[in-house]
Design a protein around this ligand. Structure first.
Ligand code: GAP
Length: 464
């Protein structure tokens, strides 16, 4: 009998804590719901994904430039973008426990098809179904709940003016659009990219790091001539697919590219395709892609009073470019990559008892640690040779670990659990001929490599 999706998730969460990928946040204060700390290996994995993304979509292209803009920007930006008026979820409260829920989620769980439903239609459906809370209690009337976190900017509380923590990184690309246009000598089409934190006061966060109040996004706003938007959309869809397959190595059978029906699209989007991944807890959104037309630039032009048009030198035309927006959630990518590549020995898992053998078969370029050096014994100079090897690999810019304690089997197993692709063992033959054994995480084969060639050997594997 295979392990259940719930068991898989439990094992993943426990491995993440035990091996320093993700810890529950504020644990010494009893925890803080739905907030997480990335531990030493989690932060390496997250940074490797972020760097691979930046390399592919910014450094790897002539037509994309990067920016880094503040989390707290001018509050008018969020009026222009429509977030102050309309960035909300339908909220209901359990009248007894006072727990809050998203009405659309409760309706979906109750089996109602609410595709394209307005807020009023959801409220009507709730009454029709006499919907109860998950604890079986009556629910309050629904209300719209704005997801933006408010804060105050100013020296004292009474004079502070309201500002918001950004709910998406995208706004920074629209506010820098004029300066990039005027200083970067780019021609249409071109994109502006940013990676950073976004904040949403999610009513029902959950599923580990899938939906949290604070998360990271990697986004591109790609500015095009209006007639080129459909072509740019196809190009970015192909790029998102390439990223998922070639970099993350997600099994295509677990990825769905879902065309979003008009009724479910944001009002400014003329086409949206979501990349969905089959997590153990269900098929859920991983990334988005939208054709936002001229919505953002026209609103920012209106609210700021600045001219944001493009002047086409060849035709003498002035127009507002249209925008195609591919967006990637970084925190969700970490979770998808962990779910995809965690290989659990199912026979041991269903056998009960201790935790089963688990191997994190991460693509090597994403792995937090690229190699471990393990002397067979501490004595007879093997440890010294191992330490020298580790120092040389660090000088070569590689993230490596040295481990001399415990049986070699246990040391391999620990490295397997954090996804280290290669373990180099220093043994007695090393003293004789200067070679070390390299053990491959995935096929468990062993070969001998000269100590001096290890850095080059790893580098060649990483680009292969
Ligand atoms: N600029 C467009 C935008 O923000 P979105 O679909 O709201 O679109 C983009 O968010 C991506 O950000 C999602 O596809 C998802 O990967 C990630 N994301 C959104 N809300 C999240 C949350 N509460 N926790 C973790 N990731 C989230």
């Amino acid at each position: 009998m295979p392990i259940s999706p719930d068991q898989k998730m439990e094992l993943l969460v426990s491995l993440c804590k035990r091996r320093g990928f993700v810890y529950p946040d504020s644990d010494i204060y009893g925890g803080f719901a739905n907030a997480f700390d990335y531990g030493p290996y989690g932060v390496e994995l997250k940074n490797n994904i972020r760097d691979a993304w930046w390399k592919m979509f910014v450094h790897g292209r002539e037509d994309v430039v990067g920016v880094d803009t503040p989390i707290i920007q001018h509050p008018k930006i969020w009026e222009a973008s429509g977030h102050v008026a309309g960035f909300s979820d339908p909220l209901v409260e359990d009248k007894k426990t006072h727990k809050r829920y998203r009405l659309d989620h409760l309706l979906e769980v109750a089996g109602a098809d609410i595709t394209g439903f307005t807020f009023e239609q959801m409220a009507e459906k709730m009454r029709e179904l006499q919907l109860k809370s998950p604890d079986g209690n009556p629910l309050s009337e629904p209300k719209q709940f704005n997801l933006m976190f408010k804060t105050g900017v100013g020296v004292s509380e009474d004079t502070a003016s309201i500002a918001y923590l950004r709910p998406e990184t995208a706004a920074g690309m629209f506010t820098t659009w004029r300066d990039i246009r005027d200083t970067m000598r780019k021609k249409l089409p071109f994109g502006i990219a940013q990676v950073g934190r976004a904040f949403r006061n999610e009513i029902t966060p959950g599923n580990f790091i899938f939906r949290t109040r604070e998360f990271e996004q990697m986004e591109i706003e790609y500015f095009v001539k209006p007639e080129d938007a459909p072509r740019a959309f196809e190009m970015w869809l192909a790029e998102q697919k390439a990223w998922v397959q070639d970099v993350l190595k997600l099994d295509p059978s677990r990825v769905v590219y879902r065309e979003i029906p008009e009724a479910d699209r944001a009002f400014y989007s003329s086409r949206s395709v979501d990349t969905e991944y089959l997590y153990p807890f269900g098929q859920k959104e991983l990334y988005g892609l939208a054709n936002r037309g001229a919505h953002d630039l026209s609103r920012h032009q209106e609210f700021s009073g600045e001219k944001l048009e493009w002047f086409d030198q060849e035709t003498g035309e002035r127009f507002l470019p249209h925008v195609v927006e591919p967006t990637w959630g970084l925190s969700r990518t970490v979770l998808a990559v962990l779910c995809e590549h965690l290989d659990i020995d199912e026979a041991e898992a269903v056998g009960g008892g201790e935790e089963p053998r688990m191997v994190l078969r991460l693509p090597p370029r994403l792995a937090p640690v690229k190699a471990a050096v393990l002397p067979l014994q501490k004595k007879d100079g093997l440890a010294d040779i191992g330490r020298e090897l580790v120092a040389s690999l660090r000088r070569a810019g590689l993230v490596v670990e040295y481990d001399e304690s415990g049986s070699i089997g246990k040391r391999y197993r620990r490295q397997d659990e954090i996804g280290t692709p290669w373990c180099f063992t220093v043994d007695y033959q090393t003293k004789e001929d200067g070679t070390v054994t390299v053990r491959d995480r995935d096929n468990m084969t062993q070969e001998r490599v000269k100590k001096e060639e290890v850095a080059g050997w790893i580098a060649a594997k990483l680009v292969a």
